[in-house]
Design a protein around this ligand. Structure first.
Ligand SMILES: *Cc1c(COP(=O)(O)O)cnc(C)c1O
Length: 377
């Protein structure tokens, strides 16, 4: 990485513009928060949990420290641990695998579908063993997984479904918000996510009082009262300052999501007309468009060309999980089991997209892209 690289003119996600929207109010309230002396969880976290459970469609929401912890704590709540196998896609951020390993279970990697790069239900059935206890569908790039097929496999084999919704804020599948129908949804509010804090933060959504109760206590040292601990938990609490930021931002999320959908559809229409292959999210779903990805024949050259013209494109992901050195050491797998993700990792690139992107920026991005990128078919 070149340390002197100037920040792009059009970044992948423009979080600074989000700040401008809430700046005056946030600064005034931050002063009140700092003066209050209540810096961890507290009233802002409670208010955020209420707002989030309404908007994301959960009976219960537990604010927590980050999205990785959210997945891991949900696995614990469902008593997944040593000796258990958990099926996950191999095209995801490493955190999905880490959370499985964190609870002492074994991640079993599974290839993805070529249409939307989410986990392939047909491949899941090939990975089932007597030790399989759970599936973690990842709604990658904001696109809903094929939950109907996954739920059928889970039902037939008595498996828990925990949804990794870190990229899928307000994604809908068959008219339901993702995360709300099965064992719970784990969300990340890492700054670059569709709803981002000013640091690390996450949440666990569920419709079970029992799961919610476990998660809340686990996150806060397993405590039931100030110095009373029913079991050994951990510290995965959300800071009050992050809760305040999220509380101010959450009201913009529906509008930002709409804007992402509009721009993504425009990208798609323009690029497909020029022969590019873009993602086809399931017809009965509404993506949150965390990322807009397109297949490019000369991917690496096109990425460099766009970056040199000040456009902050990204690559998600350059290396599929099964090829990561960290994973190779713990879960040796056959490379030939992953033809779709192997191919995707050499061809996909992500164009800038966020709720505050402007029309002239979209035009400029498309202009440069069409000059430097080659279609794959
Ligand atoms: C961001 C992300 C996570 C982890 O979230 P953190 O808040 O960074 O811990 C987990 N899964 C996926 C798919 C993600 O994109």
């Amino acid at each position: 990485m070149n340390e002197n690289r100037i920040s792009p003119q059009i970044p992948l996600v423009n979080v600074q513009r989000q700040y401008e929207l809430i700046r005056a109010e946030l600064l005034a309230e931050t002063d009140r928060l700092f003066a209050s002396g209540s810096y961890i969880q507290g009233p802002y976290a409670k208010k955020f949990e209420e707002a989030a459970s309404k908007l994301f469609g959960f009976k219960h929401v537990a604010a927590c420290g980050n999205g990785t912890a959210a997945v891991s704590v949900l696995l614990r709540a469902h008593k997944i641990g040593p000796g258990d196998e958990v099926i996950i896609p191999n095209m995801t951020f490493i955190a999905t695998a880490e959370s499985v390993i964190d609870v002492g279970a074994t991640p079993i990697y599974c290839d993805v579908k070529p249409s939307d790069y989410t986990i392939d239900p047909e491949q899941i059935t090939k990975k089932l063993t007597s030790k399989t206890k759970a599936i973690i569908p990842v709604h990658l790039f904001g696109h809903a997984c094929d939950m109907k097929a996954i739920a059928e496999i889970a039902r037939a084999n008595s498996l828990v479904i925990i949804e990794d919704c870190a990229q899928a804020h307000l994604t809908r599948y068959q008219n339901t918000l993702v995360g709300t129908q099965y064992g719970g949804g784990a969300f990340s509010f890492y700054p670059g996510k569709n709803l981002g804090a000013f640091g690390d933060a996450g949440m666990i959504g569920s419709n079970s009082a029992e799961i919610d109760d476990f998660c809340r206590r686990f996150i806060d040292h397993g405590r039931s009262a100030k110095y009373q601990h029913e079991f050994i938990g951990f510290n995965h609490r959300m800071d009050a300052i992050q809760a305040l930021v999220l509380l101010k931002k959450i009201e913009f999320l529906p509008k930002w999501t709409e804007r992402r959908r509009t721009v993504a559809n425009l990208y798609k229409k323009t690029l497909e007309a020029k022969g590019f292959k873009c993602v086809n999210a399931l017809p009965d779903s509404e993506s949150s468009w965390h990322l807009f990805t397109v297949e490019v024949g000369n991917r690496d050259a096109a990425v460099l060309a766009m970056q040199s013209q000040g456009i902050g494109v990204g690559v998600h992901y350059p290396i599929p999980l099964h090829q990561q050195p960290a994973v190779k050491k713990t879960s040796p797998v056959r490379d030939s089991d992953f033809p779709i993700s192997n191919r995707a990792c050499t061809r996909l690139m992500s164009l800038p997209l966020c709720g505050e992107i402007r029309d002239h920026e979209v035009d400029q991005i498309l202009d440069v892209f069409l000059k430097v990128a080659q279609a794959t078919r």
